[in-house]
Design a protein around this ligand. Structure first.
Ligand SMILES: O=C(CO)[C@H](O)[C@H](O)COP(=O)(O)O
Length: 228
């Protein structure tokens, strides 16, 4: 396991330590969330946790949960006790950019119902300001996507349709993703409103005011950050 992978796992274990028997747990998506799902499976098998139920934020997390023995159920209107997920950027106030793994919509729809959203990451995800390192993923409808991108480019120039191969990337919801470059200065809540008000947009990877705490692993230990 590389050093970075070991750090992600360390952060994940800290978050899973907050899960209690009987909890309904939002299962995040990505290479860091994977360690949390595996640890939940391990704890269930070892009898260290009982009666937990996972709610998956992607097809990939659902499949992993099944593989490691975490029972799951679909999202319903009841609150989740806790959700554990990774992030692409973490601002000092714990506002986030998420979605480089493509699961931003299901993550947001699920995690907004969590009493506690716990973020796990390695130290490379910390930024002074959102947009410093990562683009902002915006999920858009396939239908009319070129028109939607035109509308977005009017105030977010420089972005691009996510297209890792010959065909555009398709989300679990059957949509495309526009990876927008964020401006140097912006008001996150205002930008979120503007993007979501753009015809053809499903949702954005801005997770504002949602995370309760973050475990961020660095070579000298795991830092626990709480929302200011
Ligand atoms: O938002 C996400 C998926 O939509 C992921 O949580 C985010 O991309 C971080 O992934 P990783 O832990 O692999 O760096």
């Amino acid at each position: 396991m590389s050093d970075l992978e070991a750090l992600k796992k360390e952060a994940a274990l800290k978050a899973v330590a907050l899960v209690r028997s009987g909890d309904r747990v939002g299962l995040g998506t990505g290479s860091t969330a994977k360690y949390a799902i595996e640890e939940l499976g391990r704890k269930l098998a070892a009898g260290e946790l009982t009666g937990i139920v996972g709610v998956s934020t992607s097809e990939a997390s659902e499949q992993l949960a099944r593989q490691v023995g975490v029972p799951t159920e679909p999202l319903d209107p009841r609150p989740l006790d806790i959700a554990i997920d990774g992030a692409d950027e973490i601002a000092p106030n714990l506002d986030l950019v998420k979605g480089l793994g493509g699961a931003l919509v299901r993550e947001k729809v699920t995690e907004v119902q969590a009493r506690r959203l716990i973020i796990i990451a390695d130290h490379t995800k910390l930024v002074g300001q959102l947009g410093e390192k990562a683009p902002l993923p915006i999920e858009i409808l396939k239908f009319g996507f070129l028109s939607t991108i035109d509308r977005l480019r009017a105030f977010l120039p420089g972005g691009q349709l996510r297209q890792p191969a010959a065909q555009p990337y398709v989300t679990d919801n059957g949509n495309y993703i526009y990876d927008a470059r964020l401006p140097e200065t912006f008001d996150p809540a205002e930008l979120e409103r503007r993007i979501k008000g753009t015809l053809g947009v499903v949702d954005t990877g801005l997770f504002l005011g949602m995370a309760e705490r973050a475990f961020v692993a660095a070579p000298d230990g795991v830092q626990e950050l709480t929302r200011s």
